[in-house]
Ligand binder design. Structure first.
Ligand SMILES: [Zn+2]
Length: 309
């Protein structure tokens, strides 16, 4: 199961009424933008978040694999990518900007549905990694799923009727569980294959206590393809201290395995973090492209610091 974010705007109502998602294949210049092409990737059981004017207003589950066909909602013979999808409208829409602080860190660097200011992007269908999906599901659940409360049920007949029709809760719960299992299994497999490559010890300080060891991705889950997520060369075994420093970009390694330490850490503090600027990890050739990606995209270098200042 994969997740997607679909940007629908004024086509939302007609698509929802017809229980479909439909998108043209060619734009005015005869090209197929990546966010239109992605419609091809949708498979039965995939879950979509429907974004309209600042809010996620529905989620849906694809009822079939995407195929090419006419849009039944409008009288046009244009062939597009489409599939049937079961819409569940939210009684309380999720406003992206209001929650952007918790959403922003989970956005991929490439092909993000949202801009850095929280606005939606112009395209049609965007990927949504499992970690971002879990956050969206959690926020949607907070506002849309209520604990059973006997007192409320006694007084509000209307609410009972609404509750009986409420098919959103099971979709949220099942989807969330499936995403969690996918992440957990992926992380376990990744660590199992990566740890022996680093002799089952922190590559920087040599800590061997298993409870303290983390398989740290160089190209993080949110930015990696399914294949890259499980590639044991896409990362490094680190203790929890060094894992957080690496994950947050306070340290990085170049193509040769040499450490680079962010200027956000004062050199007087290096000893507290058990780091020094002569450190080097014994990387192999296969690590190189991932290490370089981390240094380019995650490392908090001087340039970033200047921008923040
Ligand atoms: Zn360590």
């Amino acid at each position: 199961m994969n997740f997607f974010i679909v940007m629908q705007g004024k086509t939302y109502e007609e698509a929802k009424l017809a229980n479909i998602v439909w998108c043209s294949i060619y734009d005015n210049s005869g090209q197929t933008p990546h966010s239109w092409e992605r419609m091809n990737e949708v498979r039965k059981g995939d879950v979509l978040f429907h974004y309209v004017k600042g809010d996620i207003i529905a989620i849906s589950v694809a009822q079939e694999d995407a195929y090419e066909g006419e849009n039944p909602a409008i009288s046009s013979e244009e062939i597009g990518h489409m599939f049937q999808s079961a819409y569940e409208e939210l009684s309380v829409p999720l406003n992206i900007k209001n929650h952007f602080e918790s959403i922003q860190p989970l956005l991929p660097i490439k092909y993000s549905a949202f801009q850095q200011n929280g606005d939606g992007n112009q395209g049609y269908l965007y990927p949504c990694n499992e970690m971002l999906a879990l956050k969206l599901l959690e926020l949607i659940g907070d506002d849309n799923i209520y604990e059973e409360n006997e007192e409320q049920l006694e007084f509000a007949i209307g609410m009972i009727a609404q509750k009986e029709r409420n098919t959103l809760a099971p979709v949220l719960i099942e989807t969330e569980a499936e995403a969690k299992v996918k992440i957990r299994k992926g992380q376990q497999k990744f660590k199992k294959q990566l740890a022996p490559l680093w002799n089952n010890q922190c590559a920087l300080c040599g800590i061997e206590l298993p409870a303290l060891l983390r398989a740290s991705h160089a190209k993080p889950w949110k930015d990696a393809t399914d294949e890259e997520r499980l590639d044991p060369y896409n990362g490094i075994l680190l203790c929890s201290n060094h894992d957080v420093l690496y994950d947050q970009g306070y340290i990085t390694f170049d193509g040769t395995g040499k450490i680079h330490i962010s200027s956000e850490i004062e050199s007087i503090d290096y000893v507290k973090f058990s780091i020094h600027d002569k450190m080097r990890v014994s990387r192999v050739e296969e690590n190189k492209k991932y290490f370089k990606w981390h240094k380019r995209n995650i490392f908090k270098d001087n340039k970033n610091k200047r921008e923040q200042d």
